[in-house]
Design a protein around this ligand. Structure first.
Ligand code: SF4
Ligand code: SF4
Length: 358
């Protein structure tokens, strides 16, 4: 497979949203990755609008810059998202759209509509045949089958269950229907380490499907109710929730890669942006602002999701002189697991040519 090109625009202070949006505009123009889009074409932009209280997601002001650039090419962009597994503000299309609007993702502010592709409760899905190691078919939001193009805007972060989240996760988990997300998480079985559990109940408050109950004055996770979202792990201050890492996480990562493969299988034109700024331990599904674990790096752009993710991971690791993802989630080579398997099944290429935009 030929090397892909990854374009890079440095960003040192992402708190300045207007400046970051300007830098994004420069990257979009100079990388010129939208060359083949046809006049009047409908262009989905997949991004994460942030859980309620989250401030780390790519800001609507920045996404608006992309929308403006696309509209200048006489195409019709829109934001596409799907519902999540757990209870909360993104579990159905109505609450999800209202939360998006609170974060500035509304048609008036953006100049483009927002569309929850898997329907009111995640019912609008279809199976796509992929015949890979974990799945023969993947269950994705049905409108994806009508996409000719796709623009992905991902925020690069760590992740509770996959260790690393960027373009592959934005697509693989992000355009799966709720059923598809459940199929990906099905191997994640969490357990309480009772010796460590102080029964502080923080995990119980975080669990949005009420899977955690009291058993002999300790927390107990009911496996038939748990949907494997991992939120309880972040809540526990005593490291008393285990088994999410290692082999289970590797399988989840591979499943997610297979979903990304299925989503992208029939889409002709694809562009991926990775925002390696405000990089946090956990992803934007966290309902809070999180401290950063690495200084701002910049924005990456490519037509290859594997190259785009590899370049972002390489530069993050280089900037702190070590594998920060393994450090914050010890136990597995998270980003490499994802990328090696992604390359193996033909999602993209880990080798890339690097072009810095000034
Ligand atoms: S948050 Fe941790 S220590 Fe507290 S009840 Fe849950 S498992 Fe136990
Ligand atoms: S992973 Fe934890 S928070 Fe998520 S559903 Fe299971 S028990 Fe609840």
């Amino acid at each position: 497979m030929a090397k892909s090109t990854v374009f890079f625009q440095a960003v040192q202070n992402s708190q300045d949203k207007v400046l970051t949006a300007d830098k994004f505009k420069n990257l979009i123009k100079q990388s010129n990755l939208f060359g083949d889009m046809k006049k009047g074409e409908i262009i989905p932009i997949k991004t994460h609008m942030g859980e309620k209280g989250n401030t780390g997601h790519v800001d609507a002001i920045i996404i608006k810059q992309l929308i403006n650039q696309l509209k200048a090419k006489a195409v019709k962009p829109f934001i596409v998202e799907t519902n999540v597994l757990y209870q909360g503000k993104r579990v159905n299309a109505v609450d999800h759209l209202m939360l998006g609007a609170e974060h500035g993702f509304d048609p008036v502010s953006l100049g483009a509509p927002v569309f929850i592709a898997d329907g009111l409760w995640g019912e609008n899905s279809m199976d796509i045949e992929i015949n890979k190691k974990h799945f023969k078919t993947v269950t994705i939001a049905k409108p994806v089958m009508y996409f000719d193009s796709l623009v992905s805007v991902a925020h690069v972060t760590g992740h509770l269950l996959t260790g690393f989240a960027a373009s592959i996760k934005n697509i693989g988990m992000g355009l799966a229907s709720r059923t598809g997300k459940l199929r990906q998480h099905s191997n994640i079985k969490l357990k309480i380490i009772t010796d460590r559990c102080t029964f502080c109940k923080r995990c119980i408050k975080q669990c949005q499907v009420d899977a955690i109950v009291e058993h002999k004055a300790k927390a107990f996770i009911q496996p038939d109710i748990c949907v494997g979202c991992g939120k309880c792990i972040a809540a526990c201050k005593f490291a008393a929730i285990a088994d999410s890492y290692g082999e289970d996480a590797k399988i989840l990562s591979e499943k997610m890669v297979e979903y990304a493969y299925g989503v992208l299988l029939n889409i002709k034109q694809k562009v991926f942006f990775n925002f390696a700024v405000h990089i946090t331990k956990n992803c934007d599904c966290m309902a809070k602002d999180e401290p950063t674990i690495v200084n701002d790096i910049g924005i990456f752009a490519s037509i290859d999701p594997v190259s785009c993710d590899k370049a972002a991971a390489d530069m993050i690791i280089q900037s702190v002189k070590g594998d920060i993802f393994n450090k914050v989630f010890p136990g597995a080579d998270y980003y490499m697991n994802q990328l090696i398997y992604a390359q193996e099944i033909g999602l993209g290429n880990m080798d890339y040519d690097f072009v810095e935009i000034k």
